[in-house]
Design a protein around this ligand. Structure first.
Ligand SMILES: Cc1cc2nc3c(=O)[nH]c(=O)nc-3n(C[C@H](O)[C@H](O)[C@H](O)COP(=O)(O)O)c2cc1C
Ligand code: SF4
Length: 432
């Protein structure tokens, strides 16, 4: 396992296999860097094959197969290649990458070094959001310690392979977590997304083939290389092997960060890991996947955390944020908050996202103020679907997920907001 952890109210408790490795010595005393030692004497392709056999998929949101992505960079004829760790962690309600970098920084560095050896890169960057200054300090100190110990820099562990890592401070924008916007911001341009293809594996940083992976993805690599693909496949399910870090927040008794095996149901996450609802409340809705994720009612919570089953039910795992709402929460207020967030973060480059969010924001505002008419709910749905279908990048394509899913399950709340107080009273009488 990556870590089996429970992070609650700023204190960290150990569960089963959980270990923290704040210093290099500590990390090495638990087998840290054994995977790198073992890998550097072998063929780099072995790393790619092992990750592909393990079924590791990206944890940044898109769940792209990691081995395949590495293979694409490795196959490129251009000899200068880069590895970038995406540590922008901008998805609201997500705090897993911060935890990894603060508590197991060497596991991330070892994973990056293994990835660099696999794809033939000599230079790597960790793009850390600028709101994480302490994390940037921890990573800088960890890079210095690993370099002093011959685990980064020239001729790592006395072998021919050399690899350097540098920290790049993010630009304070959610959109810069999108891989091509991230590249633009690193190149000193406006942090706006580029057209894909070409993908970063073909044309990445300064036009060179680049492997971009999330922090959690890279932190999984050393354990898979040292213990093997079948060990990894013994965790989770055949569709989704391994574990996933879940940032659990909202009205649960024990909010925190949990590592759960794939195959766990969302209900188990809330009941067993999160200790159920705070103060005996009941679940009204759960937002899965962060601001760009979906809002589902309690009866969807028996869905298992697996790529296939979630996709079939329209649930986006995304970065693994799970926000639980009790009966006192307003769906409209929650969705309004998300739309405002995306309005603020949209770069304005394409009309469906820029105007779609503006119109959605206006209608939700009218609904909350009790000024909207019933037909506006249909308009809201139409504008949002148009934005999902026509937006240029992943921000606009996902910005309407919470809106559309909440309209599917909680349409009554939208429609009731359109009725005047007499109509609401009459409706209650009829339903009673
Ligand atoms: C608007 C937007 C924001 C994103 N933010 C992040 C982020 O903060 N961290 C991240 O790892 N991936 C983020 N992604 C996904 C990246 O574009 C990319 O898919 C990911 O870094 C690839 O790594 P993986 O294969 O390990 O998942 C974002 C995507 C979009 C569309
Ligand atoms: S979808 Fe939104 S964030 Fe993405 S390019 Fe268009 S305006 Fe910019």
């Amino acid at each position: 396992m990556l870590t089996a952890l429970h992070h609650n109210n700023d204190s960290v408790f150990r569960l089963s296999l959980f270990q923290e490795f704040p210093t290099l010595m500590h990390y090495q005393s638990f087998g840290g860097y054994e995977a790198l030692k073992q890998a550097l004497t072998g063929n780099p392709v072995n790393i790619i094959e092992t990750l592909a056999a393990a079924g590791l998929r990206g944890r940044g949101g898109a769940a792209f197969p990691t081995g395949l992505k590495m293979q694409m960079v490795r196959n490129n004829a251009e000899p200068v290649r880069y590895v970038i760790c995406n540590a922008d962690e901008g998805e609201p309600g997500t705090f897993k990458d911060r935890f990894i970098m603060s508590h197991i920084p060497f596991q991330l560095l070892e994973g990056m070094t293994l990835a660099a050896y696999a794809v033939g890169a000599r230079k790597g960057y960790i793009y850390i959001r600028h709101e994480y200054p302490e994390v940037q300090d921890t990573m800088r100190r960890s890079i210095a310690a690993a370099s002093a110990a011959g685990l980064l820099g020239k001729n790592i562990l006395g072998q021919e392979f050399s690899f350097e890592v540098e920290i790049f401070s993010g630009a304070g924008s959610y959109l810069c977590g999108e891989e091509t916007a991230l590249l633009s911001s690193m190149e000193g341009k406006k942090g706006r997304p580029r057209l894909k293809p070409p993908y970063p594996t073909q044309y990445g940083l300064w036009g060179k083939p680049t492997l971009i992976n999330n922090v959690e993805t890279l932190a999984n690599i050393s354990m898979i290389i040292s213990r093997g693909a079948s060990w990894y496949r013994s965790l989770g399910t055949s569709d989704s092997p391994g574990t996933k870090l879940i940032s659990l927040s909202g009205d649960v008794a024990r909010r925190g960060l949990y590592e759960v095996p794939f195959g766990t149901t969302f209900r188990e996450m809330i009941e067993e890991y999160g200790g159920g609802m705070k103060e005996g409340g009941s679940i009204k809705a759960v937002n899965i996947g962060g601001a760009s994720g979906v809002v589902v009612p309690p009866w969807e919570l028996d869905c298992t955390l697996e790529y296939q089953s979630c996709q079939e039910r329209g649930i986006t795992i995304g970065s693994g944020a799970v926000f639980v709402m009790n009966e006192s929460r307003s769906i409209l207020a929650n969705v309004h908050n998300r739309v405002e967030f995306f309005l603020h973060e949209s770069c304005g480059k394409c009309t469906p996202c820029r105007e779609g969010l503006r119109q959605a924001g206006r209608i939700i505002h009218r609904l909350i103020a009790g000024e909207a008419e019933l037909s506006e709910v249909d308009n809201l749905e139409r504008y949002t679907r148009a934005m999902q279908n026509a937006a240029f990048c992943g921000l606009g394509q996902a910005a309407g997920n919470s809106l559309i899913s909440s309209l599917r399950y909680f349409r009554q709340e939208y429609e009731e907001a359109c009725l005047d107080s007499t109509q609401r009273f009459e409706r209650r009488e009829v339903t009673a």
